[in-house]
Design a protein around this ligand. Structure first.
Ligand code: SF4
Length: 170
């Protein structure tokens, strides 16, 4: 989580349905790290130590579940798509095996997830190319998977090249 916070400070933003929530949280933490006194005096911004940052990230970090294709921020079971799909909305942990991170509001995608999505898109493309004209149902499913993977990749790339937060508001 510290790595993603530092990425945020460098303008490498999260992508995915939960990106806005996470960015807002990082912005809140970033704001707390800037001392009012230093701001008032117009002092140059000082990079806070990892320990200071970790103190502010700890609570949210406890909600984090690491997936190969996404991060799951399990802050609210009632918003978890996997639990809705499984019909167990009150469970106290996510069902990672049923994760649909492209649609779940608690999911974020980051550059570290890019290879998984790129491989997924490549595989879908290869399979699509091998299907005959009569395999319409399978073709439709694979086409959707391919498009979803491409969309996630585009979002990760776009978020990675976002302006750094300070420049954005300048
Ligand atoms: S669908 Fe995925 S991201 Fe959403 S709560 Fe379940 S495991 Fe987490």
């Amino acid at each position: 989580m510290l790595e993603e916070f530092r990425n945020y400070q460098d303008g490498i933003m999260p992508a995915g349905p939960g990106a806005r929530d996470l960015s807002e949280f990082f912005a809140h933490v970033d704001g707390k790290l800037v001392s009012d006194t230093a701001q008032a005096a117009g002092a140059p911004r000082i990079q806070a130590s990892d320990r200071d940052v970790l103190n502010l990230l700890t609570k949210r970090a406890r909600t984090l579940h690491l997936g190969a294709a996404n991060y799951c921020w399990f802050t609210d079971p009632s918003r978890a798509l996997c639990l809705k799909l499984a019909g167990t909305p009150n469970a106290d942990r996510p069902l990672v095996g049923m994760c649909d991170s492209a649609r779940c509001p608690q999911a974020t995608h980051h550059p570290c997830h890019r290879p998984v999505w790129a491989e997924h898109a490549d595989q879908a493309k290869v399979f699509l190319g091998g299907l005959g004209a009569t395999r319409k149902t399978e073709k439709g499913r694979l086409q959707s998977e391919y498009e979803r993977a491409q969309r996630v990749l585009l979002e990760i790339d776009a978020a990675s090249s976002s302006p750094v937060p300070d420049e954005e508001s300048a």
